[in-house]
Write a protein that binds this ligand. Structure first.
Ligand code: CU
Length: 710
């Protein structure tokens, strides 16, 4: 009886606490339980897809059977072999957290995973009053261990479309994510839909995908080739099976082109009304081009920040970015296909959802994608390259051509002596891992924000250099009150696909973007933008570009021409085009330690990351009792803990080194033994080389043979 009462009261409290926040609340409380789940299972029953529905595994005749409710199953792409995923409150995506600007958000996160620690990052929230709530393991907090609960509390700002996700390893794309919507504090006048988009592999968990990218991806016994983007640049080796919208999609068989009829996400609209679609890219690697058949999109915000509205056929969204799209339901009552297509060529990498008008029949849409023609061209927003092939009659509006709105605060003026500029090249040089300026990020082993006395930022190893790659806790030190300009580049030998770079603790102005050169006839990438001097190797295509700068020295100190000073758009994640650069600016007004990283999960965990150390001594201190953690050896100084940690981080290098040391030692040993053996043999006639010895022995024996009588 007691247990039953406890259970009921817990359910009651959670129901109460998880209700949607009202305009009047000053604080809103949520519970998130993170655990593992299997796709295509309802409780203990396997399900299978058919005609847009799902049925229990033992249903043979579906014509009279009642389908399983799709909300009760994490269907993913409907692949019938259940795949292990992470889930928040039993769902993927987790529940949306919807609050109003300025409210305090309290989220009790319970780690119910069996064997993994986690943290939750509130992507887009600046954490001005609470830098220790940013949710980055070993930067702002200790990881939450299995069974533990950690309560996040932060102020909801800035307003807009954001999301939450685990910041540990590959857990985010395992399914540990959900929308975080901060509405303007007034009654909202437009209905909304939330749309998360991701790429997905139904055979492996995200960690396996990462390991295969690092160590090799094979199709049978054939080494797989990387997928190519429309502009000819290469993506990394993620084996894309399907795309998902709000956790649902269909597996399209690449051999036959048919799909498995898994249920799609359905967005309901009423004819004559307009809707705000909050689109969030939560995937591993691929950008998606999003469009809706028969409808134009009005793009009004990115990463939660308003932009001058632009009507377009589609928008391209990369992992970590968000876009707000106004869709006017102004077509005839029917079903329309929502499309999200990856930018690769020769592969059917896409996902779909349904836009269903109220009153439409419950049927699959049979609409077509807009045909872009010479007289009716298509406009695409936020292209990661500057042109499409001419035959596609499609125009790009790159992000530097987009204006912020007049109600955005303008960027701070630069005062004498209060300006800092850094050049950061995001690259994958040769066979080396993803890095920034040739520095592969080494994760600290204590949270540097809250246990700063126990960590330093060493990146001075002799292994680092202009044409070298090293591993260390890379950071830049910026001073509170200064205007900071970062020139993010994607150049030289390590350039690759466009990288979406996300900054924690700040939003930034996109001041300028520079694209590489493209062949106007084929739209293929041809060379880097020459505004940047790669220094290093004289052949910039062979240079790691670890030490970039402006090609014109007069452009330093904020003097680069053509900066957008009037109304630059504001973002927290921006895509650096291949062979190009982005100039971003922000005011250092939030002391703390802030992550800056590529939001392609594979690159982030590999090391394409650094810390922005912003006047750490001025950072607010966490509340009393905030968890601490550190390594422990109990060896009373016999071994240096830091050295142990360093060697752990360099397992691959150490293995190689040990191997070669062993080879050299063994070779020397064999040489010494060989020389000693030969010398000995020379002195001892019984130890001559085998063949000779045998010959001699035979000779001797022959000599002693009795002479046969004739
Ligand atoms: Cu990247």
């Amino acid at each position: 009886m007691t247990w039953w009462l406890i259970f009921l009261s817990t359910v009651f409290i959670r129901t109460l606490m998880c209700k949607e926040c009202t305009l009047e609340d000053t604080e809103c409380v949520f519970f998130l339980e993170v655990d593992h789940r299997l796709t295509m299972m309802r409780e203990g029953d396997l399900v299978y897809p058919k005609e847009g529905n799902i049925y229990k595994y033992d249903v043979v005749n579906t014509s009279n059977a009642v389908p399983v409710k799709i909300d009760e199953v994490i269907t993913a792409d409907g692949w019938e072999k259940p795949r292990l995923i992470g889930a928040v409150n039993g769902k993927m995506p987790g529940p949306a957290i919807i609050v109003y600007e300025g409210q305090y958000v309290v989220v009790h996160v319970k780690n119910c995973l069996i064997n993994e620690a986690l943290t939750i990052h509130w992507h887009g929230v600046t954490q001005k009053e609470s830098p220790w709530m940013d949710g980055v393991p070993f930067v702002t907090q200790c990881p939450i261990l299995p069974g533990q609960t950690f309560t996040y509390r932060f102020k909801a700002e800035p307003m807009g479309t954001h999301f939450y996700h685990s910041h540990v390893g590959t857990q985010s794309t395992m399914g540990i994510f959900g929308a975080l919507i901060i509405r303007e504090r007034k009654k909202h006048d437009m209905d909304e839909h939330i749309m998360t988009i991701q790429d997905y592999n139904h055979d492996w968990d995200s960690l396996m995908s990462y390991m295969k990218d690092v160590y090799g991806l094979y199709n049978g016994r054939t080494s797989a080739s990387p997928p190519r983007a429309i502009d000819g640049t290469e993506f990394d080796m993620f084996h894309f099976h399907s795309g998902l919208i709000n956790g649902r999609g269909r597996f399209h068989d690449p051999e036959t082109g048919t799909h498995n009829n898994a249920p799609l996400e359905c967005f309901h609209v009423q004819q004559g009304k307009s809707y705000r679609f909050r689109v969030i890219a939560v995937g591993i690697m691929h950008p998606f081009r999003v469009s809706v058949d028969n409808h134009s999109l009005l793009i009004v915000a990115s990463d939660g920040h308003s932009i001058e509205p632009i009507a377009a056929e589609s928008v391209i969204i990369s992992p970590g970015e968000t876009f707000d799209i106004i869709l006017a339901a102004n077509q005839i009552v029917s079903n329309y296909l929502i499309r999200a297509e990856a930018l690769v060529v020769g592969m059917n990498h896409k996902t779909e959802a349904i836009l269903r008008y109220d009153g439409a029949i419950l049927a699959e849409p049979n609409t077509s994608k807009k045909k872009c023609t010479k007289t009716d061209r298509c406009l695409v927003i936020n292209c990661p390259f500057s042109i499409f092939p001419p035959s596609q009659f499609t125009d790009c509006l790159t992000f530097n051509e987009i204006k912020g709105t007049s109600d955005n605060e303008p960027p701070s003026k630069i005062e004498e002596g209060r300006f800092e500029e850094y050049f950061l090249n995001f690259g994958i040089p040769g066979e080396n891992p993803a890095s920034v300026n040739g520095k592969v990020f080494k994760t600290p082993t204590v949270p540097v924000l809250t246990q700063s006395a126990e960590w330093y930022f060493p990146c001075e190893e002799p292994a680092c250099g202009e044409e070298r790659v090293c591993k260390c806790t890379n950071s830049i030190n910026i001073k509170n009150g200064n205007v900071v300009q970062l020139v993010l580049t994607n150049m030289g030998l390590g350039k690759g696909m466009p990288h979406p770079i996300h900054l924690h603790g700040h939003v930034f102005y996109v001041m300028k973007m520079g694209y590489g050169k493209y062949n106007r006839r084929t739209a293929q990438f041809s060379r880097d933008n020459l505004d940047i001097n790669c220094r290093g190797n004289i052949d910039r295509e062979q240079s790691y570009c670890n030490n970039p700068t402006w090609s014109n020295p007069a452009w330093r100190n904020g003097n680069v021409p053509d900066l957008e000073l009037d109304r630059p758009p504001i973002k927290d994640t921006v895509v650096i085009p291949s062979g190009g650069y982005v100039v971003i600016r922000f005011l250092a007004n939030n002391p703390g330690v802030w992550d800056l990283h590529c939001h392609m999960e594979i690159h982030n965990i590999e090391g394409m990351r650094l810390l922005v150390n912003e006047s750490l001594s001025l950072a607010l201190r966490p509340p009393k009792g905030f968890p601490e953690c550190r390594s422990f050896t109990n060896l009373r100084g016999e071994l240096n803990t830091r050295e142990l940690e360093d060697s752990c981080m360099k397992t691959a290098d150490v293995t190689v080194t040990v191997y070669w040391i062993a080879v050299v030692v063994l070779s020397v040993l064999l040489l010494v033994i060989g020389i000693a053996f030969i010398n000995q043999a020379r002195r001892n006639p019984d130890c001559r080389p085998c063949r000779k010895s045998f010959h001699d022995k035979a000779q001797k024996e022959h000599e002693h043979l009795p002479v046969e009588s004739m």
